[in-house]
Write a protein that binds this ligand. Structure first.
Ligand code: 3NM
Ligand code: MG
Length: 519
């Protein structure tokens, strides 16, 4: 067996596939050579159909290429083939040769990787002396239809986190490509200690028109994921924890928002289009109400944010949401998800699942029922779009938003008479607002638009940006409700618009006491 003294570099792990669906009439040897030139750091030869003679012949040729380029070659399943060609190691699934047997045959220097789908499998692989883990399946993929389970980014993160007492190098696999790789890395990196070392791909390289270009693009995205993509706090910013200190910073952010005038792209429901657009204008953003996903790549070039509000979801709108989310994720502009009525019907529950798997949401905002639906589990049922009577204590709600924010690596806002806001590290309750907000349509949806544009202009601390948006919105509502001219929901709406606009103007004029009494 060839010696490989360098530590294994899992940054970009190529798994080959020789089936017509993936390889087509491509030349595998050439593709691997191009891919390694483009930045692939480790290659696994995987062919579930070829005869032993063919495997050995191809593996020999592949090994000549990988040796020349100083990257290790592993063989899927077949310890005998690895031995025959002197490859650097093997990758074993749960149904393949036990790791102890493989180790005995291949020796201590061989690289042995194990596929793990659960915490138990990861622990067993570590105990057995695996050199690295392939964890998955992240997303459903046509490349491997017999996968045991789709565990999503949350499943990957749970496995990484469970490896508390040991750190085993790990790559995620299954449906990873250039459009999702950075958020997969982001959503699975609980901490520097619990994060992936790279990603494994098949079709994103093997089936690419230009495998070298595909590999170099993926490599760039992997290497820049940690610093570039969606952190709740930018590396040079401080996570202020003290509530009073946080509130003190709000007027300045409202000022910046008013001056910056970000774009607020709303893919929202029919009921609230007009109201949400007016709230955007009053708070200081430029609204565009477009439910056509194909407009998103152009709009995502501006400084702005996307709101996906599935209040009147159709199968057609779902695909538009997914296209738009991809564009905003790629442009690193924030996306807010408002899973309106998420638990009400099977269609909506499925939409929530599809959207959660289809991209990264910087903020998820919903009422108790909606947030429970996003969280999943037995509590996730809802009658209409309203939350219904609460079944949880304040403690339980705080725990729910904190856990969900940790799991999704984003900001969660659960609205109600008391709002719960968390970035997984900081969790706050906010009791501003007025019951009149519950008597008009679209007040929650328009809050979503407000939050999105605030996150767009204050990327350094998204938690603080969301807090600023809520206080701007809810204190305006409070001030409106206190006016003598306001006799009910009708007069409230016009007074509310005025106050939203006034708070913005006050902040832009340097006034900073309007939120000092926030609770
Ligand atoms: N193993 P693609 S998923 C080979 O979950 C393989 O263990 C998987 O292909 C696992 O990058 C998979 O084209 C196929 O989605 C991944
Ligand atoms: Mg196998």
């Amino acid at each position: 067996l060839a010696q490989f003294d360098m530590p294994i570099d899992l940054t970009l792990y190529l798994v080959t596939d020789s089936t017509p669906n993936v390889l087509g009439d491509g030349d595998l040897l050439h593709i691997v050579e191009e891919a390694v030139n483009g930045g692939v750091s480790i290659v696994q030869y995987r062919d579930k159909h070829a005869e032993t003679g063919e495997l050995i012949s191809m593996a020999t040729k592949l090994h000549q290429v990988t040796q020349r380029m100083a990257v290790p070659l592993l063989i899927n399943d077949r310890v005998d083939v690895a031995l025959a060609v002197g490859a650097e190691g093997v990758h074993l699934g749960q149904d393949d040769m036990p790791i102890a047997t493989a180790r005995k045959i291949l020796g201590k220097d061989a690289i042995i990787g194990i596929t793990a789908t659960s915490i138990e499998e990861a622990q067993a692989a570590h105990k057995g002396g695996a050199d690295y883990l392939g964890v998955g399946t992240v997303f459903a993929t046509p490349t491997k239809e017999d996968t045991k389970s789709i565990i999503g980014t949350a499943g990957i993160a749970a496995i990484l986190q469970a490896m508390e007492d040991f750190k085993l190098p790990s790559v995620a696999i299954g449906g990873i490509n250039a459009s999702n790789v950075q958020r997969v890395l982001h959503q699975t990196s609980i901490s520097a200690r619990h994060s992936l070392d790279g990603v494994a791909v098949v079709s994103a390289i093997v089936a690419a028109k230009d495998p070298r270009k595909a590999a170099s693009e993926l490599k760039y995205l992997v290497q820049n994921a940690a610093t570039k993509i969606y952190p709740a706090i930018l590396p040079n910013a401080v996570a202020v924890k003290d509530t009073a200190a946080l509130i003190q910073r709000v007027p300045n952010i409202v000022k910046k928002h008013g001056e910056t005038n970000p774009l607020c792209h709303n893919m929202t429901n029919l009921v609230v289009q007009n109201f949400a657009a007016n709230v955007c204008l009053a708070t200081g953003s430029s609204p565009i109400m477009s439910n056509n996903g194909n407009e998103a790549p152009e709009l995502a070039k501006f400084r702005g944010a996307l709101v996906i509000n599935m209040g009147t979801v159709t199968s057609d709108s779902l695909s538009n949401y997914l296209i738009a989310m991809k564009a905003y994720n790629a442009a690193l502009n924030p996306v807010l998800f408002d899973p309106v009525g998420g638990g009400a019907t099977t269609i909506r529950k499925d939409a929530v699942k599809n959207l959660m798997a289809g991209g990264f949401f910087d903020v998820i905002k919903g009422n108790e029922g909606e947030i429970k639906t996003v969280f999943g589990g037995p509590d996730a049922k809802q009658r209409g779009v309203d939350s219904g009577p609460s079944t949880s204590t304040t403690q339980e709600k705080a725990k729910l938003v904190t856990e969900l924010a940790r799991r999704e690596r984003n900001i969660i806002l659960m609205t109600g008479s008391m709002d719960f806001l968390s970035d997984g590290d900081r969790t706050l309750t906010i009791s501003n607002g007025t019951p009149l907000l519950g008597q008009i349509t679209g007040s929650g949806c328009a809050l979503g638009s407000t939050i999105a544009s605030y996150v767009a202009i204050h990327r350094e601390d998204k938690f603080l940006a969301v807090l600023a948006a809520i206080l701007h919105y809810e204190i305006a509502a409070e001030r409106a409700s206190a006016q003598k001219t306001v006799r009910g929901p009708g007069t409230f709406v016009s007074a509310f618009m005025d106050e939203l606009s006034l708070i913005r103007q006050e902040s832009m004029n340097g006034k900073d006491d309007w939120c000092s009494g926030a609770a």
